[in-house]
Design a protein around this ligand. Sequence first.
Ligand SMILES: NC(=O)c1ccc[n+]([C@@H]2O[C@H](COP(=O)([O-])OP(=O)(O)OC[C@H]3O[C@@H](n4cnc5c(N)ncnc54)[C@H](OP(=O)(O)O)[C@@H]3O)[C@@H](O)[C@H]2O)c1
Length: 294
Amino acid sequence: MRVALIGPGRVGTLLAIAGTRAGWRVAAVAGGREASRSALAASIAGLRTFDDPAEAVAGADLVLVTVPDDAIASVVDGLVRADALTPSHRVVHVAGSRGLDALRRARLAGAQVAACHPAMTIPAGASDPDLLVGVAWAVTAGPTDRAWASELVVALGGDPFHLADDARVTYHAALALASNAVGAAVVAARRLLLAARVADPAAFLAPLAHASVDNAASTGAAALTGPIVRGDVGTIAAHLERLAADLPELLPVYRALAQATLEPVRPSLGPEVVAALDDLLAGDDRGAGTALEG
Ligand SMILES: NC(=O)c1ccc[n+]([C@@H]2O[C@H](COP(=O)([O-])OP(=O)(O)OC[C@H]3O[C@@H](n4cnc5c(N)ncnc54)[C@H](OP(=O)(O)O)[C@@H]3O)[C@@H](O)[C@H]2O)c1
């Protein structure tokens, strides 16, 4: 399979490397800065760089559009305006938040289209194709395109799951919470551990966070533990008081995550405990001292 890639960034680079290992001929790259294209060309034998995406897709079977979400439709639009897409092209974007609408003009031009999102965080510089092995992909495609789109995912070592077009934004909001928000919570926790003069925060954070994520991912709210779930109002008040004194900029994130913890366990706590927690987490810093004193 001959592949043209538009957008040699984090995902584009990894897909080019993984596709090459899968036996694809990644032949052309366009989009982005010249330096990004050249860096990718240096790691894939026979890969040619193009300033014009329309030239890059000529002769390709598969066009991978790996540009930022907001740029997908305009990249596709540019290809269609240049009359560069034909029914022999398969055009795929990898944005979780976007569906087939971003590829609508390619489909109208006769191309086969699919949205295929790997549910994995791919950092800058990622070049190990094993990062994609065993990864779940959300595949959105019309009935005639589902088979080839799924085969493409399998070729990269992934597991394809069909996702309805109108569910992609909800799906992506969930993944943003599971990835970006969990990461942000761990970053905040790391700062607190450093403030507690813990020399190696990772030793405490990594096993704990992994276990929490694994438990919550499989059993949901039943896996939640800690002072909110136990109704330990005094402990929460102490946390808030210490944060207010040492790292007040972390109070909003602590409160928001504590409220998210409280929400599903509310029915299992007594009304007085719930009212006390609601007061504390509402953001009135005087409440921390009051609850402690009480
Ligand atoms: N990273 C992840 O964890 C991840 C995971 C799953 C899916 N995705 C999806 O993968 C896609 C790419 O994300 P990414 O993280 O790889 O982003 P990225 O690293 O910023 O790469 C985007 C690439 O597109 C180029 N580009 C930017 N605007 C463009 C435009 N208007 N026309 C053509 N090329 C343009 C960039 O150029 P420069 O090289 O000049 O910057 C860069 O090469 C997104 O749809 C994202 O939602 C990302």
